[in-house]
Design a protein around this ligand. Sequence first.
Ligand code: NDP
Length: 432
Amino acid sequence: MGQSSDTVHSAVVTYASMISLLTLCPPFVILLWYTMTAADGSLLVTWDHLTHHGLLHIWPKPTLTAFNIIAVYAAFEAALQLLLPGQTVYGPISPTGHRPVYKANGVAAYLVTLVTYIALWWFRIFNPTIVFHHLGEIFSALIFGSFLFCVFLYIKGHFAPSSTDSGSSGNIIIDFYWGMELYPRIGKHFDIKVFTNCRFGMMSWAVLALTYCIKQYEENGKVADSMLVNTALMLVYITKFFWWEAGYWSTMDIAHDRAGFYICWGCLVWVPSVYTSPGMYLVNHPVNLGTQLALFVLVAGILCIYINYDCDRQRQEFRRTNGKCKVWGRAPSKIEASYTTTSGETKKSLLLTSGWWGLSRHFHYVPEILAAFFWTVPALFNHFLPYFYVIFLTILLFDRAKRDDDRCRSKYGKYWKLYCDKVPYRIIPGIY
Ligand code: NDP
């Protein structure tokens, strides 16, 4: 194929994947919820219902109750984000030389949220099972509400961008899908991506994991060990996330991906529905694993979450200390790279080539995928759908590793090639 037909081909593939994600993700969320909560986890039962009655029969209306639950939760999280105290943290320097400033109060917001939610249930002020009963309506309301929110982001990006890190690609669909602004804010202090990705998306994962556990308890008078392992592992993972939240602000999601449908709709809808789906399935499937197996899965899962955390920590500690730290007890081996910003400035950066980052260039994705497997495996193997998240995550992270490699190659040029020569595997050492 010649250069121009290559370009046309990749444009067609990009459009096709954007349009299919825009149109397929919303019905998928509803079908996933339906299968987990009403079809016993069976895709065949859902398919049968779908072919006889159609999608609209399954799709719940976004009721006022659902909107109220979402609005109260969103307002509570926004208030915590704005009002709780926290250290000032600086994000990485953007391609235009801008440096975002944050207030690191994620752990406090996480603790206040969980304590408040459990207290509301304990003192019988609000029963979380209401959330489970209205879950389909809530997802339906989130699907439409978040779509409107992405339209707002698009308009804001066009007419009132918050920083220099914004701009149009000249194509309305790409602008809507990938976003216009890297760091959109409301006023000076309310960071929209911190809200959508962390305080709404990731927080809803913890809140829903607890909801599923409480629902099973209220239904059966006890919680099966499979549900306990699933909830415990998800909560350890989310606790790790908020512990490390300021580090997340320098990852691809925040520092490279603009605020559009892809990341924001994903965090507002896909995270609460798809990421929590193994727990959603377990509510009506109280499998008992037995103490030994439950403990084995729990310990294996925690180990994976720890290794994933340690990979991120190692990279950030290495960058924070400018390479003057110990990696696995030794001085780190590194590449001193330089790159040019869009404004023409030359900057220096360090690439770690030992420790986890010497095993493969994205080794941290291996324990991330395994951890998801361990919090899903309590569902055993009667149905495929509980494993959807693990499969989705594997595809997402393999694609992300490629996107990141491409981005780093164009940023660092020969220095990235040097890294690839020294650490030839992209994700799985010795294999890929
Ligand atoms: P990171 O942004 O943390 O890491 C990639 C970046 O690190 C590169 O873009 C580059 O940025 C820098 N870098 C790359 N190689 C090196 C090196 N050898 N030494 C120093 N810096 C390097 O990756 P992710 O955002 O993908 O992952 C962050 C965390 O989020 C992980 O734990 C991951 O598993 C998790 N995650 C979870 C997802 C989920 O849906 N559950 C989805 C995606 C991620 P620079 O330009 O600064 O050089």
